[in-house]
Design a protein around this ligand. Structure first.
Ligand code: FAD
Length: 404
């Protein structure tokens, strides 16, 4: 067993840390206040290979492993959640699904420009009336010749108003829809610009205000039959396997948020005095700081285990879910304590911790809420749930194949 990061990992960590400090940190408060997503970060992330970080070089990526993806997420979310969300949807939920399930033609057409950052991608599963209950979605796609005609609406989609490519899910079998049989769901690659596709932005969110979240509407959108990802009827498996990768990025991101809370709290605990001593001298303040350290280390170890399994091509639904649950709930608790340590000042936007608290709640809800994660873990423990092999698994990281 080896817990050490490689030189390559440390290089990625430093590169993303420097980029986030230089390019994101100076403007993030302003963008958060204005609820504005700043597109100019995308070419900067692309130039460093971050938008295709763990995609093989032959598909336009940087050819790094899944731990590198995690470290990049941690460093981005250390500064602000909105930038980690880019990696979650663009790489975790979309590009890795193409790598896992795509045909060679689909990889050339969609994965290559996404990995280089020429095209931005997202993932649309949630609808106005169905989030946790993915089988409750209402979107449909009916076959007409060499196209499917897509109708429906997606809601709460990260980068909805920014992305060029969308991975979306719809019922192709209406009888199975009525019966809630998930083998009637199909995954589609949809491009912005297809007639009948419209997107918009949601304003007034609690957090991730510097990020774009929105809706997508499909009104008789013609989608070429060759844009079915996987096979017709495999949509549910594709959606869930994509979540194994999305949740992984969310979990790593949450470790960055915990570390940001810890650093901010340690700094403030040495600046602020009460009763004649630094507040860091009070045991109850120390306890909050100690708990942040515990949560950071424990969350990161769970993330590293999930990444280690991914690198080996071993199914990691349970381990990734555990990491996502623990890390996100811990980041919310750490952020609440960071505000507490800052007292009234933590309650204003003078310090970053109020933004950390607002941002942290989203990750407890999206990509499988806390309750859904608990349900999944209980089902594994009780033996009600056992993973069956998928037709396509996420490929193991192979340094030779990834870099050639
Ligand atoms: C900022 C943000 C970004 C997002 N980005 C995306 C995206 O890019 N793509 C995408 O597809 N979706 C995205 N989502 C949607 C997100 O995944 C859903 O909000 C989430 O799955 C929860 O669904 P819901 O909001 O419909 O809540 P519901 O499913 O209606 O749940 C409501 C409450 O009931 C609980 N609950 C539901 N079922 C059960 C159960 N069986 N047992 C116990 N409790 C239960 C939930 O935990 C929750 O507390 C995003 C959401 C947010 C807030």
């Amino acid at each position: 067993m080896d817990f050490a990061f490689s030189e390559e990992h440390l290089m990625v960590q430093k590169m993303v840390r420097d980029l986030a400090a230089r390019e994101i940190a100076p403007h993030v408060k302003e963008h958060d206040r204005e609820q504005r997503f700043d597109r100019s970060i995308l070419p900067k992330l692309a130039a460093q290979g971050i938008l295709g970080i763990c995609i093989p070089v032959r598909y336009g990526g940087a050819g790094m492993d899944y731990i590198s993806l995690g470290l990049a997420c941690e460093e981005l979310e250390y500064v602000d959640t909105s930038n980690r969300v880019i990696l979650s949807v663009h790489v975790g939920l979309n590009s890795l699904a193409l790598l896992q399930w795509g045909t060679e033609e689909q990889k050339q057409k969609y994965l290559v420009p996404q990995a280089t950052g020429q095209k931005i991608a997202t993932y649309g599963l949630t609808e106005p009336a169905a989030g946790s209950d993915a089988v409750g979605i209402q979107s449909t796609a009916r076959r007409e010749g060499d196209h499917y005609i897509l109708n429906g609406e997606k809601m709460w989609i990260s980068l909805a108003d920014v992305a060029d490519n969308f991975l979306v899910f719809a019922w192709t079998d209406l009888e199975k829809k009525r019966a809630r049989d998930h083998s009637g769901l199909t995954a589609f690659i949809v491009e912005r610009g297809y007639p009948g596709l419209e997107t918009g932005t949601i304003h007034g969110k609690l957090g991730v205000r510097a990020g774009n979240t929105g809706w997508i509407a499909f009104k008789d959108v013609p989608v070429p039959a060759e844009n079915v990802l996987g096979r017709e009827g495999e949509g549910f498996h594709i959606a869930m396997s994509a979540l194994d990768n999305g949740r992984y990025t969310v979990a790593w991101g949450a470790t960055g948020l915990i570390r940001a809370c810890l650093d901010a709290s340690v700094r403030y605990a040495k600046e602020r005095h009460t009763f004649g001593v630094e507040i860091g001298q009070h045991q109850l303040v120390q306890q909050m700081i100690a708990l942040m350290q515990l949560k950071y280390d424990a969350a990161r170890l769970l993330c590293m285990r999930a990444g280690w399994l991914k690198n080996q091509g071993v199914r990691n639904t349970r381990e990734t879910g555990l990491a996502k649950w623990y890390a996100t709930v811990s980041s919310f608790e750490a952020a609440a304590d960071a505000v507490e340590i800052h007292g009234a000042y933590g309650y204003s936007d003078e310090y970053d911790v109020e933004r950390f608290l607002r941002n942290s709640k989203g990750a407890v809800i999206y990509e499988g809420s806390r309750e859904i994660q608990q349900l999944i873990q209980a089902q594994y423990a009780l033996g009600y749930r056992k993973d069956k092999p998928l037709r396509c698994e996420l490929p193991a990281y192979d340094p030779e194949a990834w870099t050639n």
